[in-house]
Ligand binder design. Structure first.
Ligand SMILES: Cc1cc2nc3c(=O)[nH]c(=O)nc-3n(C[C@H](O)[C@H](O)[C@H](O)COP(=O)(O)OP(=O)(O)OC[C@H]3O[C@@H](n4cnc5c(N)ncnc54)[C@H](O)[C@@H]3O)c2cc1C
Length: 330
């Protein structure tokens, strides 16, 4: 983060935080921003050549683009908490435990915080239908901890010991965002604002970073010398390079999400059979790994150009084949 801030500073990029942009106005010459001051009053916040919207799934600026768009909230979400990693934790891997498709508990190593850099932390997550949140609160923390221990066994106890109140668990909800196209003249949507998906494939941040890299490449291609960029052309060129990659991940995410979050018993059997094949057949394994490193652009042969390098890096850190990366209960 520090390196990024320093690079931005030396390139003359001005970063302003803590500003809430309420709306924008687009003309042929440029884009004017309006910021909300003290929660209510709107004030002009500068004129720019272009606007890149990276304001996440619940962007309210996206609706001002003259582009058809669909936002579909998922019926399932997840409770999240970040807790200190116990000193004797026996694994540094992401671990998830499932019962059918309706129960899932996960522990994800999450690095360290700025406040206490010597302490490792882990994210705990528990799958929950969003409509069931009130009932979960009513049932109380003890009932939840029992369910987790029944699913994941005593190895979860040292993590659960850090959760003392339901307020330590935040309900994360997600939505599927689809746009007919991501650009509208001088305005472009990227990241979750443009194509949020359920986090089951763990690709949202990956896709947002690839968007940023692809946009930088499109800008390099579309500018010459000191001439101002032709933003609508740069954005159109960017969109062309992102279409196939994002289409594959959107389809995969929509197909796979019910296998991990739903009430279907049949889908649980299908998921476990598919994962078995993915682990034991070289082709299945390769497909799974290239998908999980964000390197696929299609179901059969499509790959991003540098996938072989990603696969090698990812594969070398996998467990031996006889040890599952995730435990499946029942
Ligand atoms: C429960 C859950 C688990 C996830 N797990 C994973 C995972 O394991 N791996 C993975 O790759 N991805 C995961 N994701 C997805 C990942 O978090 C997102 O894809 C990623 O954060 C998208 O980045 P972004 O920059 O597009 O949007 P965001 O990270 O949402 O950032 C948007 C920013 O815009 C700001 N903003 C919003 N509106 C305005 C405004 N009007 N004015 C000014 N600023 C504004 C917000 O404050 C925020 O800082 C998960 C998501 C969820 C919900």
């Amino acid at each position: 983060m520090q390196a990024l801030l320093e690079a931005a500073k030396s390139a003359g990029v001005v970063i302003r935080t803590g500003v809430s942009i309420a709306r924008f106005q687009q003309t042929v010459q440029g884009v004017t921003l309006f910021a909300t001051v003290e929660g209510t009053v709107e004030q002009p916040y500068g004129d720019y050549g272009a606007l890149i919207l990276a304001d996440g799934t619940r962007s309210h600026l996206r609706a001002q683009m003259r582009v058809r768009q669909w936002v579909r909230p998922y019926p399932w979400g997840a409770l999240w908490s970040i807790v200190p990693t116990p000193a004797d934790a026996d694994s540094t891997d992401l671990r998830q435990w499932y019962r059918g498709c309706s129960q899932m508990f996960g522990i994800m190593p999450t690095g360290r915080t700025h406040e206490a850099p010597e302490q490792r932390v882990s994210s705990l997550f528990w799958s929950l239908p969003t409509a069931g949140y009130a009932a979960w609160c009513e049932a109380g923390l003890g009932a939840w901890k029992n369910s987790v221990t029944q699913l994941a066994g005593p190895q979860a106890d040292a993590f659960l010991a850090h959760v003392h109140s339901p307020a330590q668990l935040t309900l994360a909800t997600y939505a599927d965002v689809r746009m007919q196209q991501w650009h509208d003249c001088r305005v472009l949507a990227i990241g979750d604002c443009a194509h949020a998906m359920s986090p089951q494939l763990g690709q949202g941040a990956n896709m947002a970073l690839v968007d940023a890299a692809a946009l930088a490449a499109a800008l390099r291609r579309g500018t010459s010398g000191d001439l101002p960029a032709d933003w609508p052309a740069v954005f159109a060129s960017y969109a062309k390079t992102r279409r196939q990659h994002l289409r594959y991940y959107r389809q995969a995410s929509r197909l796979l999400t019910p296998l991990f979050q739903s009430n279907s018993a049949a889908l649980a059997v299908l998921r476990d059979s598919a994962l078995f094949l993915a682990r034991h057949l070289p082709m299945g394994r390769n497909h799974a790994v290239t998908t999980l490193v964000g390197g696929r652009t299609g179901w059969l042969f499509g790959r991003t150009p540098d996938t072989s390098l990603h696969v090698w890096r990812h594969d070398s850190s996998l467990r031996p084949p006889d040890q599952p990366a995730a435990s499946v209960a029942d």
